[in-house]
Design a protein around this ligand. Structure first.
Ligand code: DGL
Length: 255
């Protein structure tokens, strides 16, 4: 079984990519809704939550764990790898693909405060974007909107304008969607921003990395979804966000 975790519903954007590439694998997803958002929490809280959810997934029989959350990856993945012997696949803002793509030499990084503060993010920029202008922008309202299942409309457009206008004015032509919640707003972003803007979302690359792991032969291809919040509300959000994947949501009583 592949275990997947995030602070809430954001990692479902990664789960749908994993399911598309590995339709026969069983997936268990946990959204830590009771502690969402992670993006404004201190590193030690994010680390504790990520450890607790990973322990649970390992006890459930996870052979690989996908940290479908940039903030948790940036804060906790190295320690997770040293604590456990199963593989961990994490996600981080796609600075390298963005730097390959930009024509103007300016890129916008939309991510959480925690991700942008992490040492790992600074090393990514140093390694791949030293000659570029990198403009960062935390977008907490994006997380809030997606957690309410709101993917379009006036509130979304207002948040998009607030978070992108300065970056656009600086002539950026590539925007990194550096938080797993943001891809759900990609259609709205594409509709609102000029046509030449390109977006980088690493969900697909993460799924490819998961497919390279050695997993036992495919099993019952079950999709189990759990939340530390309200399972009814989480199921409603799953219907909006990943209608192609039918799943019923259970409550997970987190430690
Ligand atoms: N989805 C998460 C990420 O990729 C965190 C969003 C949040 O909880 O603030 O960073």
């Amino acid at each position: 079984m592949i275990g997947i975790l995030d602070s809430g519903v954001g990692g479902l954007s990664v789960m749908r990519e994993i399911h598309a590439q590995l339709p026969n694998q069983s997936l268990t997803y946990i959204g830590d809704t009771a502690w969402c958002p992670y993006g404004n929490k201190n590193f030690s809280d994010i680390r504790d939550r990520t450890f607790a959810l990973s322990d649970f997934l390992i006890n459930q029989g996870a052979e690989v764990i996908v940290i479908a959350c940039n903030s948790a990856t940036i804060v906790a993945i190295e320690e997770l790898r040293s604590r456990h012997c199963i593989p961990f696949v994490g996600m981080e803002p796609g600075v390298k693909p963005a730097s390959d793509l930009t024509q103007t030499g300016t890129i916008g990084v939309l991510a959480t405060e925690a991700s942008l503060a992490g040492e790992k993010f600074h090393s990514l920029v140093a390694a791949h974007a030293q000659d570029l202008r990198v403009i960062t922008q935390p977008c907490p309202k994006f997380v809030e909107l997606v957690e309410r299942g709101i993917l379009e409309g006036a509130e979304v457009d207002q948040a998009i304008d607030e978070y992108t206008s300065e970056i656009l004015a600086a002539n950026a032509d590539v925007f990194i969607l550096g938080c797993s919640h943001y891809p759900f707003l990609r259609p709205a972003l594409e509709a609102r921003l000029p046509d030449h803007i390109q977006f980088i979302d690493t969900g697909n690359a993460i799924a490819r990395r998961v497919s390279q792991q050695s997993l036992t032969s495919p099993n019952q291809n079950e999709v189990n979804v759990m939340t530390t919040g309200d399972p009814k509300e989480f199921s409603r959000l799953c219907e909006i966000l990943i209608p192609e994947l039918s799943s019923s949501c259970q409550h997970f009583l987190a430690p």
